[in-house]
Design a protein around this ligand. Structure first.
Ligand code: PLP
Length: 363
C-alpha cells in the first residue's frame, strides 16, 4: 500500500507513539489528588508547555480538546457570540457547519482569500469574528494570515486561524501576527487521533462548549485524552522534511502536467506536501478507484466527507466549475520515499492515458 493521504491523517510518528504509550502505561487521571493523579497531571502540563512554546503562547492559554473540529466549534462559540462572523469561502466543513449564518469571504482563482473583499466586509460588519484557515486541506494553499490579521486589527475584529493542516509543516507565528486563536489537531501531525487544542492569546474569555467537571480551567469539560495529548505535543516537536517533500511534490506536479493534468492553486504559496490534480474528463471517483486498485491511497474532497465523492466546494469557490468534480488530492506523508512517488507516477500515467483516449478517438 502506498499512502499519499497525509492531509487526512499523517502516519503515526515514532516520537508520538512513544509519548502516547508512556502516558498509557503510566495511567491515572490528571484530576485525581493522589500520586497517580499528580503524575498524570505532570504529563498533561508538560504537553501543554510544549504546545504553548511551539505556538508562542502561554501554557494557560492552551485548551486541550478532541481535535480541530471541536477547537473550531469552541472558537466560534466563545469568540463569535454576538458578533457577525466572516469565514473564508474555502474553510473546512467544521467551520462552515458551526457557523451556518456566516458571510463568505471570496477567494481568487489561486485559492487565496481576497483581502480587498475582506476589507470591504469588515467595514460593513464592525466587530466581526473572522475565521481563516492557515492552509487549505484540499489544495494546500496558504492564506495571507499576516494581511488578514492587519485588516482585522484595524477594524477591531477578532481573527481565528484554523491551523490544522499548517502547524508543524510551515514556520509561522500566527498569534504574533495578531490572531486571537488557533485550532490544532493531533492526528494531522502524526499523533494518535483524539486530541487537539484551541490556543488563544491572553485576555480572552472562553466560555465552554462542553461543560463538565471543570477540566481545562473550566473551559472544556471531560477527562483529557492524555495519551493522544502527549502524542500531539511530541509530534509537534518532531522534525518535518519540508524541503524534500516540496521537491518531490514539484516533480510529481511537473510530470502530471506533462500528461495533461492541471494543478489547482499552483499559483499560490502552498504546503510543501500537497498537490491537487485535475484530470479533465475523468470523474474524481473513477480516479480514486483506479488508484486504489493500484495500491495508492489518495483522496478527493476532504476525508470527512468521504463515502460519496461530490464536486469539491473548495474548487468550486476557486472558479473551477465542472473540473471541481475531476480533482484528486495527493498529500505526501512525513515518511514519504522516492519509490512511493515512482509508483504514483506510473499509476497516474495509466489513468491519464485512459482519460485522454476518447478525445484522441474522436479527433
Ligand atoms: N480543519 C482542517 C483544515 C482540516 O483539514 C480538518 C480535517 O480534515 C479539520 C479542521 C478537522 O480536524 P479533526 O479531524 O481533528 O477534527
Amino acid at each position: 500500500m502506498i499512502y499519499l493521504d497525509a492531509n487526512a491523517s499523517e502516519p503515526l510518528r515514532p516520537e508520538a507513539r512513544a509519548a502516547a504509550l508512556a502516558a498509557m502505561d503510566q495511567g491515572g487521571n490528571p484530576s485525581s489528588v493522589h500520586r497517580a493523579g499528580r503524575a498524570a497531571r505532570q504529563l498533561l502540563e508538560a504537553a501543554r508547555e510544549q504546545v504553548a512554546a511551539h505556538c508562542r503562547a502561554r501554557p494557560a492559554n492552551v485548551i486541550f480538546c478532541a481535535g480541530a473540529t471541536e477547537a473550531n466549534a469552541l472558537a466560534l462559540h466563545a469568540l463569535g457570540a454576538g458578533r457577525p462572523v466572516l469565514i473564508g469561502a474555502t474553510e473546512h466543513e467544521s467551520i462552515r457547519a458551526a457557523a451556518p449564518e456566516a458571510i463568505a469571504i471570496p477567494v481568487g482563482a489561486d485559492g487565496r482569500v481576497k483581502l480587498a473583499a475582506l476589507a470591504a466586509l469588515l467595514a460593513a460588519h464592525p466587530g466581526a469574528l473572522v475565521c481563516l484557515m492557515a492552509a487549505n486541506n484540499e489544495t494546500g494553499v496558504l492564506h495571507d494570515i499576516a494581511g488578514a490579521a492587519r485588516l482585522c486589527a484595524g477594524a477591531g475584529a477578532l481573527l481565528h486561524v484554523d491551523a490544522a493542516q499548517a502547524i508543524g509543516r510551515v514556520e509561522a507565528d500566527w498569534l504574533g501576527l495578531g490572531a486571537a486563536s488557533l485550532a490544532l489537531s493531533g492526528h494531522k501531525l502524526g499523533a494518535p487521533p483524539g486530541a487537539g487544542a484551541l490556543v488563544t492569546r491572553p485576555g480572552l474569555e472562553i466560555r465552554p462548549l462542553i461543560k463538565g467537571g471543570g477540566q481545562e480551567m473550566g473551559r472544556r469539560g471531560g477527562t483529557p485524552a492524555l495519551p493522544a495529548i502527549a502524542g500531539l505535543a511530541a509530534a509537534l516537536g518532531a522534525p518535518y522534511p519540508a524541503a524534500r517533500l516540496a521537491a518531490w511534490r514539484d516533480e510529481a506536479e511537473a510530470f502530471c502536467a506533462g500528461l495533461g493534468a492541471i494543478a489547482a492553486g499552483a499559483g499560490a504559496p502552498r504546503l510543501p506536501n500537497t498537490l491537487c490534480l485535475v484530470l479533465p474528463g475523468m470523474r474524481a471517483e473513477t480516479q480514486l478507484i483506479a488508484l486504489d486498485m493500484a495500491g495508492i491511497c489518495v483522496s478527493a474532497g476532504s476525508a470527512c466527507s468521504s463515502g460519496k465523492v461530490a464536486a469539491s466546494p473548495v474548487l468550486l469557490a476557486m472558479g473551477l466549475g465542472g473540473m471541481a468534480g475531476e480533482a484528486i488530492r495527493v498529500s505526501l506523508p512525513w515518511n514519504a520515499r522516492p519509490e512511493m512517488l515512482a509508483a504514483f507516477k506510473e499509476a497516474y500515467a495509466a489513468l491519464a492515458r485512459r482519460a485522454l483516449r476518447p478525445a484522441r478517438q474522436s479527433a
